[in-house]
Design a protein around this ligand. Sequence first.
Ligand code: GLA
Ligand code: ZN
Length: 673
Amino acid sequence: MRLGVYYYPDHWPEKRWSRDFDLMEEANIEIVKTAEFAWTKMEPEKGEFNFSWLERAIDELSDRGIRVVLGTPTAAPPAWIINNDESILPVDEKGNRTSFGARRHYCPNHPGYKEHTRRIVDAMGAKFGDDNNILGWVIDNELHGSCYCEYCKSEFHEWLKEKYETLDRLNESWGTEFWSQTYTDWSQIPTPKATTIRGAHNPGLHLDYYRFISDSWVKYQQLQIDVLEPLIDNQWITHNSMFRNYNGIDYSKLNNNLDLVSWDNYPLLTGQREDSSVAEAHDMARGLGGTGYWVMEQQSGPAGWQSMAKTPQEGQIRLWAYQSIARGADTIIFFRWRTCRTGTEQFWHGVLDHHGEPGRRYQEVKQLGQELDDIGDEIAPEGVPSSVVVIKDYQTLWAFDIQPNSSSMNYNEEISKYHKSLYDQNIPIDEITPRENFENYRFILAPNLYLVSDTLSARLVDFVREGGTLLLSFRSGVKERKSNKVVNTKLPGKLKKLVGATVEDYTTLAKSPWKSDESDELSEKPPMVEFVCQGLSGTVGKASIWVEALNPKQAKPIANYKNGMFDNQPAITINNFGKGQVMYVGTSLTERLHKVLARWMIDQFSLRDTLNTPNGVEAIWRGEHEVLFLLNHNPKAKKVDLTDNFCDLLSGDQRAKIQIPPFGVKVLKRDNN
Ligand code: GLA
Ligand code: ZN
């Protein structure tokens, strides 16, 4: 378990460096991440390189045993590059070229920019590729964004040619006879720029463009990997994925050719409840790369560019670091060391404030560094053993982005609600995309699996036939995965046989997209969902967003609607299939219903139960029942009763009833004596 910080030596006078590095050493900081925005400093003019300042900083750090991770600086192209060729700047949906400034101001498909990229990455690799003080490389920074320039357009055409081979196939797949969109030459195909009617592009074309943009980033990253790989010795390559904020890239594909998965964690920035939504991102990092991933950036102060979010309360920085470790990370780099005095991120606070003197946040990091030094070796290297997995499908996410189906539909939130309902019961759960293997899990949750191919449905059939349990929910199987065409059978389409029920009728419960205001009196009240099976009966809660009336053939209803137009019709069904079972939830559930359902599923499918803890106290194992982490995300102390004998690694205590302070942490080892 190691800690690090982001530090930009180029932002501070050299005579200050030794003070910073001493403070780092005292806090057990072992890693510094740097250089990712220092292109002009490293290459002030085309082909003129200056790495001496960076070498001096690396040397001084290595004197203290601190090793370095380098970022390639391509997220911030220098003014001298852009000034020379403004066509590098991305073009937005309305056709406007964006301006120099901020960052990420480049098109990943621009041939000239690719040349600039190769040159700087090659120079850095040649300089530092065999330096023992360099642990590894981060490509670019939080890749994301879209572009609609002419280069993208012609690359899109190439991408389409590869996918469809002939225009006839493309026309057939997109159904271009609709509104006379048949293409007779590849060059006629537009990018989905703004049209006369907003959001009205052909859904086949539009989804392909999302896929193309995601692939463009994967390819752009690959270009850098290809330059670096031959130049490096014993160094790894990763990318700091931003699972929680940027949804335009399929992170499974992006991480495919990397040595290490890493992601950026700012708990106070997004998500309704930070503990569960951060846990979900950890579960995705682990789902994609296994245990031992890195948190490349971890929040260490109040954050914001123009306005700030709240400051982490006392204990929270330490708590988030332990949460990272508990869920499978083994290195945590705090963003950033000292808060900068200039630039867009003046208010994005680091471990030290602007004045540079150690304060509350530094002391907390230092305490953590000391603790990890003491107990780090006791923490099992194996990860979190989970038999449950939730599938988040980026293609489905994009398809819902193009057509939400219901104006209240939010695919990410649906996924999170299922994840959270099990997280709240301390069930370890991985998150993956359909590209990963799911065959070894026991229980798959695949809410709203909207786009389904023959291959995907066959894999799910095999999984259930062999004894797995699958949960699907409303709007599953609606579309052909490749084309984004609606299927021509009853829903849930290719999943019908598995589900053992069909969708006979459906309606949105959300506001009509064509009306600005809907009077409550006239509109339909959301129906209730009433459980009707053993162990659940009578529990009632509201349906929301969307309701489907199910017609069970082989399946059995476990819940019905009450009131409303689908009164008494099945809302949730369960079907025996092969040696396994399939549940289908025809509506979006409230938090209360999710809770009831999660508890029932844990019993019904004997999912591994960790421990009952009070609300907001996360309990998770690392290793097969070796080290138990108890993480109190509440601003109040909480008590937990332990059934087994444990020893608190941090205090040496051996009590069965423990009290965890506000935002406190217990790391417990099972006592086998
Ligand atoms: C991101 C980036 C960092 C930094 C922080 C703070 O996550 O990767 O470079 O900009 O946000 O804004
Ligand atoms: Zn472009």
